[in-house]
Design a binder for this molecule. Sequence first.
Ligand SMILES: [Mn+2]
Length: 313
Amino acid sequence: MNGIPNSIRDEFKRVIKDYKAITILPHTEPDGDAIGTALGLYNTLKSINKSVEVVSVGVPKNLDFLSGYSKIKSKSQFRDSLVITCDTSDIDRVSIDITNRVVINIDHHKTNSMYGTLNIVNPNAPACSLVAYELIKDIFEIPASGYEAFYTSLVSDTIFFQTQNTDKNTFKYACEFIDGGAKPNYISQMLNRHSLSSIRLRGKVYESMRLYSNGKIASVAIDSKTIKSCGADNSDIVGIADQLCSLYSVEFAIVAYESNGGCKVSIRSKSKSILSIVQKFGGGGHIYAAGFFTQKKCQNIIENLIIELNTLL
Ligand SMILES: [Mn+2]
């Protein structure tokens, strides 16, 4: 992973200096990477006396150990603040309208549309926090709470160092975060907690799993009734696709669930790029983990995807 060019870092420094109030936005339906990066920045910028808010809804409960979690707002209370987006490839993936705002776009998605005033995007970074960390580490002193959040982001997006892009550099960053105060065992324990509703939902979802193409493709379609009947919500779906991928035979896993009157789809791949397929459906993401939103019915979209994924087998 390359460092940040000095010209970009200087520009970032100048913009930060210009603003007293900063609004940090993770992507909608946030994961540990988006929230970990956001709270790492939040805790660091707070420590230099900025007024900072993180605005997000549906934040996974297992991130509640992170400093600043309880301060996350569902609506922005600042006007004309500087906006920093985290882990967000497109402007329509944030929860508030940020047109005409000064936006610092910090991300690691290859498909990032470069919507920011300043775009700091590194697709080689295995987690968004590494981009944020490279940007700020020589400018500000990062508090232990910031390192804890950055480490949480790193292990979330690499699924505890299991993804293809995990290399010795990834561990180098992990070491720096641990040096800064992150406690690996504690963070793993916190992240691996599940609510009863989420366990119940997983039970139902795994039972309904379908296999295609000699077991190489696994899929589940989850309707909102099932989610509700378990007392769960959409944040409880995080991790199900990775679990389907743990089946011996599986190459691709599809999770499709009803959301906002349409269907949200997450796809995981063990070894082949699925980016071009999700792009056909207007989506984006990473080479082995990507997704999209569609107005079609979940089961219909799964059938379309099976045809597409079969061409990769
Ligand atoms: Mn990410």
